[in-house]
Design a protein around this ligand. Structure first.
Ligand SMILES: [Zn+2]
Length: 519
């Protein structure tokens, strides 16, 4: 898209002495003045047309401002200026150094990613953070420490069991170490190996260690379908017992029998909050998820035909179940389960069992290159997605990778702004931005970002509210969104009209040490 309304000019009319057109680097050093944009500051307050000055890496001034000598003017007429979006649950850590431009993220307005999700973090975090500092990307990066990661370090291959008290102590020591390195808290992925084999008391104990340092607990819960309510109770109990903030990752009702229960879910969450548990959530705006096949079998009974049939009936109907990636037979990748079943000349249920069996066999024989499997499964209801997205304490996440197969990696925030704000009026623009910024920062404990106010870091996104929309689809998951005009991270332009710049100003954001609640 053209970016004519985003003229970076030395605005002669604004002051007596017109500045010469500066080179981008020089202009950054002399400051930037964004004029005439509708500034939506992230607090939920109504937007207002005003000017914002960036000086160095900070927001220096807001109001009716005059251009200073040498300052670059960005004209934002008709555009919205918002704080950069914070992705509450990101898998950008999977290929952060391969894709330092982070096109997938900055092109949808994301400036900060929260990684180390689903129980899996880079170990040790001190080394990871050092690497990010040496080879920064366009993004700010904060991380949780993963429960599965420390469980793997302590239990190794012998993980299909509950841990002993001595092993829990060892895991706690590792969590403590990673918290001291700057982790935001503990993440878990209790629907995945090895977390699925943990006793709730183990997770509670590890979360407590994180909480003792002011950390949080965030979880891909033990179930998102048939045992959802019990899983939610486990999360809320951790918040209550440990007096720590807890967050439901990518909240969803992913089973046909649960469809329409969005209100009930919000009621349970609100009741927990009313009782003093600081529970929050993040959500992505799609009715289909992306994960491994094994999550369809919560009891890991891959040979149980009834379990396979139940999964296809309730959780992942085969017409909407796409094999995003299938290592044992790459030629199946991109096809639906139903299509693959026809190629295999078996029924859908048998196909699912045989596909998973082949993948498991490859894994067991150490042939990890051919063990890979990933599916995109449609199992949420649109009304629940909209309802949960509207919950006051729900922020947004991509749950995406920088080069992943699910379109959420490229399209989450622009889809919310285009589809759910402009087209469907599920949220007001101000509220959507509040959720994407200040609420997101508060939920994960990031200071000095997520709002446009003087003194905060200049993480900013300038976009066209009339045209902003996602374009990525399951067939073409890497299509760049429309309408994001310019993105700044720590005062530097990282994205300029659908092009990533050469700037790599992203930083490591470590947990801010907060006093531990004593009650
Ligand atoms: Zn997850």
């Amino acid at each position: 898209m053209r970016s004519a309304s985003l003229l970076v000019i030395a605005l002669a009319a604004a002051c007596a002495k017109p500045a010469a057109s500066p080179a981008p680097d020089a202009s950054a050093a002399k400051g930037v003045l964004i004029v005439n944009a509708r500034v939506i500051d992230g607090t939920g307050a109504p937007g207002r047309v005003t000017s914002v000055r960036i000086s160095g890496d900070r927001i220096a001034d807001i109001g009716d401002l005059r251009q200073r000598q040498g300052e670059t003017i960005v004209v934002g007429t008709g555009l919205v200026l918002a704080p950069g979006f914070i992705d509450e649950h990101s898998h950008a850590d999977a290929a952060l150094f391969e894709h330092r431009d982070a096109l997938a993220d900055v092109s949808q307005g994301i400036t900060t990613v929260i990684v180390g999700q689903d129980g899996s973090s880079v170990y040790p975090l001190a080394d990871f953070f050092g690497h990010v500092q040496r080879e920064p990307s366009t993004l700010n990066v904060a991380s949780y420490v993963g429960h599965g990661t420390v469980r793997d370090l302590v239990l190794g291959k012998d993980y299909k069991r509950v841990a002993t008290p001595a092993e829990v102590l060892k895991m706690q020591a590792l969590v403590d170490q990673e918290m001291r390195a700057g982790a935001l808290g503990l993440s878990s992925g209790l629907e995945y190996d090895p977390g699925i084999y943990s006793d709730p008391s183990e997770v509670l104990a590890l979360a407590k260690t994180a909480g003792a340092q002011g950390g949080r607990y965030i979880s891909h819960m033990r179930s998102e379908d048939f045992a959802f309510w019990k899983a939610l109770d486990e999360l809320i109990t951790i918040g209550r017992e440990n007096h720590m903030p807890v967050q439901v990752s990518h909240i969803k009702l992913a089973m046909k029998a649960s469809w329409g229960l969005g209100d009930s879910l919000i009621h349970v969450l609100d009741r927990a909050r009313a009782s003093g548990v600081q529970v929050t959530a993040d959500i992505y705006p799609y009715t289909y998820w992306h994960s491994g096949m094994s999550v369809l079998f919560p009891h890991r009974d891959f040979d149980n035909r009834a379990s396979a049939a139940f999964a296809l009936d309730q959780v992942a109907p085969s017409e909407g179940l796409i094999l995003a990636n299938y290592g044992p037979k790459p030629e199946y990748s991109g096809k639906t389960l139903h299509e693959v079943a026809q190629l295999m000349s078996v029924d859908d249920t048998t196909a699912l069992m045989q596909l998973l069996h082949a993948s498991e066999a490859a894994e067991a024989s150490g042939d990890t290159a051919h063990a890979d499997n990933a599916i995109i499964a449609t199992s949420m209801d649109e009304r629940d997605v909209a309802k949960l997205m509207s919950w006051q304490w729900a922020a947004f996440c991509t749950d995406g990778e920088l080069d992943g197969k699910h379109p959420r990696g490229y399209g989450t925030f622009t889809r919310i702004l285009g589809r759910y704000v402009r087209e469907q009026h599920v949220l007001t623009l101000e509220d959507a931005i509040r959720k994407a910024t200040s609420l997101a920062a508060a939920n994960v404990g990031i200071k000095d970002r997520g709002q446009i106010s003087v003194g905060r870091y200049a993480d900013l996104v300038l976009f066209d509210p009339q045209t902003v929309i996602d374009r990525a689809t399951p067939a073409e998951p890497h299509l760049v969104s429309t309408g994001i005009r310019r993105v700044w991270v720590n005062g530097a332009v990282v994205y300029d009209g659908e092009r990533v710049t050469d700037a790599r100003p992203g930083r490591v954001l470590k947990r801010v040490v907060t006093p531990v609640a004593t009650k």
